[in-house]
Design a protein. Structure first.
Length: 188
């Protein structure tokens, strides 16, 4: 499959399988597991409701992990409402869960918004789940509607204006006896 030119692309059906365990639950605010932060330095501002961490920052909640050079946490009365991470690149990891592979995501800027149910990967964005991969200059992922919108970098910024996606066949690794007579996987 070949994505078209410079327009945003919505690949909800195919990408739901690619990043189903992706940045959707970046950090689970309903979990009893605390979010742990380590960094070289921190600045907390209770009046603004922000915490700024710099230098080899690591946020973890269980096995979910975000690594960046700088992270800003925004708090509301309900808890953490927004996380902004910058790195060269910043890295997000979501462990494997029932029937899904682990997800890795990289971008120079990663923003997670609890209020908007949105994860935004900007500048050199890459999402990998198993051997499936999705690349674009900007990737927006609506965690409720499970809709991905991606844009390639325009020529003015040195990009091709395209997004790239590699999705492995559903039947890879299956024996011939597990495939239907037309070569497709049974039960799909």
């Amino acid at each position: 499959m070949k994505p078209a030119g410079r327009h945003p692309f919505i690949w909800s059906a195919m990408l739901a399988t690619l990043i189903a365990a992706g940045p959707t639950a970046a950090f689970d605010l309903d979990s009893d597991t605390p979010i742990k932060v380590t960094a070289d330095s921190a600045r907390l501002d209770d009046n603004e409701g922000t915490a700024v961490y710099t230098g080899a920052v690591e946020l973890t909640q269980g096995e979910t992990r975000l690594e960046a050079e700088r992270v800003v946490l925004h708090r509301s009365t309900e808890g953490v409402s927004r996380i902004e991470a910058e790195g060269t690149p910043a890295h997000y990891f979501q462990p494997a869960r029932a029937g899904e592979e682990a997800t890795d995501a990289w971008a120079l800027d990663i923003t997670w918004s609890a209020d908007d149910n949105l994860v935004i990967l900007e500048q050199q964005a890459v999402i990998e789940q198993g051997s499936n991969e999705f690349r674009g200059e900007t990737i927006h992922y609506d965690t409720v509607q499970r809709v991905v919108t991606a844009e390639g970098a325009g020529a003015e910024t040195g990009g091709s204006g395209r997004v790239e996606m590699v999705i492995q066949p559903r039947n890879s690794g299956q024996s011939d006896s597990e495939k239907g007579s037309d070569g497709s996987s049974q039960g799909q």
